[in-house]
Design a protein around this ligand. Structure first.
Ligand code: SAM
Ligand code: ZN
Length: 130
């Protein structure tokens, strides 16, 4: 259903290779499950290189896609995304927010806390920091 390719947003992205109906669970966000406290340390290290790999599962735990991640780690952020995420137990699902055409890049809103250091490139002139 999806494939990793070079993205216009940044680096690698993930693209639909067939039409994806609205509300399809496309892929889960794999990665090592670590306590929030450990994640804070790792995130500082990753952000120095401009990377975001840690995805919050809940108040206590985070998934770190830099360790044991799958293709979902290459999905870029957009402020007008075509996917959303839902945490079901220990699993973070990436779900189609609308019907997605073949060839479209998949995106979701990273929902970072607004103290981001990476200039968003989802569209020309976007002013968001992710
Ligand atoms: C989970 S990775 C996504 C895959 C990434 N494009 C790559 O090639 O490894 C997250 C990183 O992608 C980049 N990124 C994702 N969405 C972006 C956006 N809207 N604008 C600028 N950079 C973005 C940032 O460097 C971020 O740290
Ligand atoms: Zn943006």
């Amino acid at each position: 259903m999806i494939e990793k390719r070079r993205s216009r947003i940044q680096g690698w992205g993930v693209f639909a290779i067939q039409p994806i109906p609205k509300n399809t669970r496309i892929v889960h966000y794999a990665g090592e499950k670590i306590p929030n406290k450990e994640s804070l340390k790792r995130e500082v290290r990753y952000l120095k290189k401009g990377h975001i790999w840690c995805f919050k599962l809940n108040r206590l735990y985070v998934r770190d896609a830099a360790v044991g991640g799958n293709v979902a780690r290459y999905i870029n952020h957009s402020c007008a995304p075509n996917c959303y995420t839902r945490v079901v137990g220990d699993t973070i699902w990436i779900i189609a927010a609308r019907s997605i055409r073949k060839g479209e890049e998949l995106t979701y809103d990273y929902s970072t806390d607004g103290e981001g250091s990476i200039q968003c490139r989802c569209r020309p002139g976007c002013k968001t920091l992710i």
